[in-house]
Design a protein around this ligand. Structure first.
Ligand code: ADP
Ligand code: MG
Length: 728
């Protein structure tokens, strides 16, 4: 009998929900471990507090002297809450968060010690993090990388450590993390959007990009997960036959939450509250054991930090509940995968959501301006947008006939389609007073203020307008939201700058009125960006054909998709907008290719190991039982033994056939891996892994899964899909 699997099952079945003590209200818990406004007022001098606020709003620098005040205040607050260490907390390009703890403790001679945290330690650190991916920017022997405080994201306490959100850059100032380019992009969109928003309201001085992510994930009992080497090491199952029951009954979606899971969620929510992560919704997702969590949206930089932090907290809280969280985009074949929808909008310091339709025609013209410019930006940069969400794990979703396809398109719903169709007919040049009145009454004035409940939902679209925001749905569940947010904000910023140029020039050179000019430019954008708009079924084959006819990209694999990241056009765009330079882009490209190759390499190794060392020996053991049985039958029945052992003999042959195939395929796969490994060029190597190694996965899996169906259940060593998905 396969002991590990049955032990794990037994352990799982005996589990009880962990009791969660929830005496304080959520609102009381919220932000208790965050160095927020309230705490700052209490622990900082007026001057120091004002300096942080200014850095936040105006981006002004904080002086060294003030930094000393701030660090002292922070330390006092932290120590009052039992904190012993501090760390610069950052997001290197590995995809997870990084921290290196230092104690406040310092000796001062004569056997004495104090608690110390200087301004310089708050502002900057050299973590000697030479092993993080840097794509050649930072040779370990030459230049140091350092972390620098990001005062726009508040420090927080996790456990007994004070965490200070920082950027991670090379000594020469190049970005080695996710946050640096994001901050640059957010600054760019602020400027560009503020300039355009001023057309409609002179009082606007700042525009903030907002992000509300939705995190999907699977929860698997930790004992069951530990019984599967593939889940342990790659985060997904590399083999396993589909269970008789999957998600076809849709009985999990929005169903009642299993009690152990609910305990986990409540525990997680309490932790999130303390950290100031405003989590709001929780529910079951489509697949069995799949769930979702979403917060109230926040300023994009903070939202990105909060998502990274949350993923880390989820892992830790899950341990207490004997769960393993699977963030992978496709942990189970044949079962829905996980995404991380990025809801995005722009909001002014006067409190207006620029993607929210308003109550007057003027407000709606403002809405249409930002709405149409976003669509135009997506149209012009669809391939870059696709590149930003490319990863080995997300390839299983995009382009695999589920979730959104690898083709980027925008869905806007029938009401707004009708509005754009009308606007497309606007006169070229100056508009007559009659036309303007008509437009105001019948088109712009007719957009209902609350589109939210009226917009038809299209779940198959990768980029959908959902009433007062765009929802980028193709983002993968493991992704750091900073990448898609950097690109989206950069392309929209670029677009808004062009828009303003065109409008200003019509006003100046063609002597047009401002609203005439705006209508004229928008009309052209609607015409030019038509091909990106798609209202139909994004999963169907018909769309693949139609999209090809329209000339939209359909990059189904990561190495292919990533090319757009370093195209001439992309480099020019990022450099012009001051978001990333060529060196940074090329480095990132290389890191992502490298990551891709390594992931496929690791999966290949695990699969080879499981197939040869777990599956084949088990199959042989079962085959021997059958052979024994046939021998016995022969002994008893002699002459008509063939008749009685027909089935057994055919299974024996079938098993041999599968074993032979697995063995041959594993040998060939290893051969291809060897070939790929010696390729110097990172891109060529990634293509080799994609085109020559990866195709073996399905072949090997096919035979292993067939064996799973043949072999005695008692002998099968790997916890089965039905057990992973339905035991809790
Ligand atoms: P679903 O897509 O699951 O139906 P909703 O569309 O209601 O859910 O909202 C999902 C997310 O959208 C939430 O995280 C919410 O905070 C976010 N959201 C709402 N308004 C905005 C906005 N203006 N900017 C960014 N995110 C927003
Ligand atoms: Mg959503």
């Amino acid at each position: 009998m396969s002991t590990l699997r049955f032990q794990a099952l037994k352990e799982t079945l005996n589990r009880k929900p962990v009791q969660i003590d929830e005496t304080l209200r959520r609102s009381e818990l919220f932000g208790k471990n965050v160095f927020n406004e309230t705490v700052m007022r209490q622990f900082l001098t007026k001057e120091a507090y004002q300096s942080v606020v200014d850095a936040n709003i105006k981006g002004t620098k904080i002086s060294r002297v003030i930094a000393d005040h701030i660090s002292t205040g922070m330390k006092e607050w932290a120590i009052s809450k039992g904190v012993t260490h501090y760390t610069h907390w950052f997001q290197p390009l590995t995809g997870s968060t990084a921290e290196k703890h230092d104690a406040f403790f310092e000796t001062i001679g004569d056997g004495l010690a104090i608690e110390k945290f200087a301004g310089s330690q708050l502002v900057q650190q050299e973590p000697d993090a030479s092993s993080f991916p840097n794509g050649g920017i930072r040779n370990t022997f030459e230049a140091r990388g350092y972390t620098a405080w990001d005062p726009t994201s508040p420090a927080f306490i996790y456990g007994t450590t004070l965490c200070i959100p920082t950027v991670f850059v090379s000594y020469t100032g190049e970005a080695l993390d996710y946050k640096t380019p994001l901050l640059r992009a957010l600054q760019t969109i602020d400027q560009a959007a503020t300039d355009v928003a001023k057309y409609f309201d002179k009082n606007v001085t700042k525009v903030t990009a907002t992000l509300g992510w939705e995190q999907e994930y699977f929860l698997i009992d930790s004992a069951l997960a530990a019984s599967r080497p593939d889940l342990q090491l790659s985060g997904r199952t590399l083999l396993g036959h589909s269970p008789a029951k999957g998600q076809q009954l849709d009985d999990h979606y929005f169903g009642s939450i299993p009690s152990r899971v609910l305990s986990f969620m409540r525990d997680l929510e309490i932790e999130s509250m303390l950290l100031g992560i405003p989590v709001k919704t929780r529910h079951n997702e489509v697949a069995p054991n799949q769930f979702e969590l979403a917060p109230i949206f926040e300023e994009a930089n903070l939202a990105v930090d909060h998502n990274s932090l949350l993923m880390d907290v989820m892992d830790k809280v899950a341990e207490r509940h004997n769960f393993k969280v699977l963030f992978h985009e496709k942990p189970f074949k044949g079962i829905n995968g996980s995404g991380k929808h990025n809801n995005w909008s722009l909001s002014t310091d006067t409190g207006v959501n620029l993607l929210g339709p308003g109550s007057t025609p003027m407000k709606n013209l403002q809405f249409l301006t930002f709405f149409i410019n976003t669509i135009k930006a997506v149209h012009d940069n669809e391939e870059l947008l696709r590149a930003t969400i490319a990863s080995a794990s997300n390839d299983h979703r995009l382009g695999a006939n589920e979730a959104p396809p690898a083709i980027i398109s925008a869905f806007i719903g029938s009401q707004l389609t009708a509005v754009l169709d009308e606007l497309e007919k606007v006169t070229d040049g100056k508009l007559s007073p009659q036309e303007k009145t008509d437009l105001k009454l019948n088109v712009v004035g007719k957009i209902p203020e609350i589109l939210l409940d009226n917009t038809d939902r299209n779940r198959t679209s990768p980029f959908a307008f959902t009433g007062n925001k765009f929802e980028f749905r193709a983002v993968g569940s493991t992704a750091n939201c900073a990448s898609p947010m950097t690109v989206l904000n950069t392309i929209v910023a670029k677009q808004l700058i062009e828009f303003k140029k065109s409008v200003d020039s019509l006003v100046k050179d063609k002597k047009m009125k401002k609203d005439d000019a705006i209508f004229n430019v928008l009309r052209e954008y609607i015409k030019k960006s038509k091909k990106i708009r798609f209202e139909g079924d994004g999963y169907g084959d018909a769309w693949q054909e139609e999209a090809a006819k329209r000339g939209l990209s359909n990059n189904k694999t990561t190495p292919l998709a990533l090319q757009a990241q370093v195209s001439k056009k992309a480099i020019a765009l990022f450099e012009e907008m001051g978001v990333m330079n060529k060196r940074e882009l090329v480095a990132r490209h290389e890191i992502e290719l490298e990551d891709y190759s390594m992931r496929i390499q690791i999966e290949g190794r695990i699969l080879g190991d499981i197939a040869r060392n777990h599956v084949i020996p088990t199959a042989i053991r079962y085959q021997n039982i059958l052979i024994e049985n046939v021998r016995g039958l022969k002994e008893i029945f002699e002459s008509d033994f063939e008749k009685h052992s027909k089935e057994q003999l055919s299974i024996i042959k079938e098993i041999s056939n599968h074993i032979e195939n697995i063995n041959a395929d594993v040998t060939d796969m290893i051969e291809q891996r060897k070939r790929a490994n010696v390729i110097e060029d990172a891109e060529k190597r990634a293509f080799a892994y994609c085109d020559d190694v990866k195709p073996f996965f399905e072949k090997i899996r096919y035979h292993c899964d067939k064996l799973e169906l043949l072999v005695d259940d008692e002998l099968w060593p790997l916890t089965k899909y039905r057990e992973l998905l339905f035991t809790r």
